[in-house]
Design a protein around this ligand. Structure first.
Ligand SMILES: [Cu+2]
Length: 465
């Protein structure tokens, strides 16, 4: 629901000239006209019709490829990659690289780190990813509509050393809100946006309902599961195969941390090492638990002769070079996630949902505007901080911080594993401490990843300087 008038780039700049506070030209602007070598990857923001449910064609889907689901991007750790984005939508967009600790001007947040990529424009992002793991990419402009219609892709930064898997399977989990005729229905309901969020009606993996994948019998498979839905919290389990959790949100997990159920909120990722069943035709099933039943998301079918592998043959993943916060001299910063005064946000070319319901530190985000409000917190580069996240609401919020990785410390409601992440599911009425080193300078968006919440006030940014 892009309530803003589509603007040409010139008109957008006119708006910016009228009141930009963002500090002048974005560095990315100089890449805009960059010529020369072919990009390493090319994404085409596109509208398409696609047979999402069997032969039923869903009209008006959106992707980063002209003919089908967004491609899985594979990058090499530490090597600069150029990713060209061609916008063939009839509205502006941007691309955010979720979980990547890259320079701020590559982060893809409209007006905070770059101008929107206007319709018909091409923009090249260029960065070197410092961490290996499973990440994803998505727009940060008219986000509910563009993500809701399909613009979520998986991004993999390869490990320096191979761990010894036979195969790898990527599962991009997400729902679509379709009616019985297979066509999109309204993206959200205001009454749900003010609560837990509006769920989709069709659950998919890689744009298919419970697809089956053939994998070598008795072989070792790395399963990369990415929750790219706008709302759903997945409660995953894998039946029929021996499996171990090896990473969460891109970062390797301690071998002893093997939860019975893997909880993935919007934006989170899990890497599993699994050993396929030994007998051809046997199937392992990845399911998510709903309140009263379990739903199969994907099936893995064993094929061929038993490869006879063992999970113990796998080498552990190397840790990523994330600085460890110094808790002894960390400054504590409080953040309150709460209700906002019911209000109407300003119109934006990156869309609004027409409401504000939520706030961070009592401030509802006013919308993606050239006149960005001030930072909710200013951090000194290189210092350690403890963020005290307090949820005043009766709903859970997956809180995502751009550009920085943090460690889970403690909760007043449960025992937390000591994990590194970029997205923490803050439960209803919970207070959680997280810790980080503010080592990446810039303005970093800090928001709920239930996109309706993000777009109705639960957004802000922290500045590292
Ligand atoms: Cu939320």
């Amino acid at each position: 629901m892009n309530t803003g008038r589509p603007l040409t780039r010139r008109a957008a700049l006119g708006v910016l000239a009228g009141g930009a506070t963002a500090g002048g030209a974005f560095l990315l602007g100089s890449d805009r006209l960059a010529r020369g070598a072919a990009p390493d990857h090319r994404l085409q923001a596109s509208v398409l019709d696609y047979p999402l449910r069997g032969n039923q064609v869903t009209k008006g889907m959106m992707s980063f490829a002209a003919g089908g689901p967004p491609p899985v991007l594979r990058l090499r750790r530490g090597e600069k990659a150029v990713i060209e984005v061609v916008n063939t939508l009839d509205e502006p967009t941007t691309v955010h690289w979720h979980g990547l600790r890259i320079p701020n001007h590559q982060d893809g947040v409209p007006y905070l780190t770059q101008w929107p990529i206007m319709q018909g424009e091409t923009l090249r992002y260029a960065f070197a990813a410092p961490d290996a793991g499973t990440f994803w990419y998505h727009p940060h402009c008219n986000t509910l509509e563009q993500i809701g219609r399909g613009m979520t892709g998986v991004l993999i930064v390869e490990d320096d050393e191979d761990a010894g898997f036979d195969r790898e399977l990527v599962l991009n989990l997400r729902d679509f809100r379709l009616g019985g005729d297979g066509q999109f229905i309204e993206m959200f309901k205001a009454r749900q946006a003010a609560r837990g969020g509006t769920l989709g009606t069709v659950m998919t993996a890689n744009w298919r309902e419970a697809p089956t994948y053939d994998l070598p019998a008795g072989g070792l498979v790395r399963l990369r599961v990415v929750a790219t839905d706008v709302t759903r919290v997945y409660r995953l389990s894998l039946a029929g195969a021996e499996a171990r959790l090896i990473a969460l949100d891109s970062h390797p997990t301690p071998p002893a941390y093997q939860p019975e159920e893997i909880v993935l909120a919007a934006g989170q990722r899990a890497d599993l090492a699994l050993r396929m069943p030994e007998t051809e035709g046997e199937t392992a099933v990845l399911s998510t638990r709903l309140s009263n039943r379990s739903v199969a998301l994907a099936r893995l079918r064993a094929t061929g002769r038993n490869a006879g592998r063992s999970l113990d043959e796998l080498r552990p993943l190397a840790p990523n070079p994330v600085a460890e916060p110094s808790l002894a001299d960390a400054e504590v910063m409080p953040f309150v996630f709460g209700w906002g005064p019911a209000d109407r946000p300003a119109s934006s070319i990156c869309g609004t949902l027409g409401y504000t319901f939520w706030s961070i530190n009592r401030r509802p985000w006013s919308g993606d505007l050239p006149q960005a409000p001030g930072a909710i917190a200013v951090l000194k580069k290189g210092r350690s901080y403890i963020f005290r996240l307090r949820n005043e609401t009766r709903y859970s919020h997956p809180i995502h911080l751009h550009g920085l990785t943090f460690r889970l410390l403690a909760s007043d409601r449960r025992k937390l594993p000591s994990l590194m992440t970029d997205t923490a599911l803050l439960q209803a009425n919970e207070t959680m401490d997280i810790a980080l080193v503010a080592d990446n300078p810039g303005d970093w968006a800090f928001h709920c990843h239930v996109i309706e919440h993000q777009k109705t006030g639960l957004t802000g940014y922290v500045r590292v300087e």
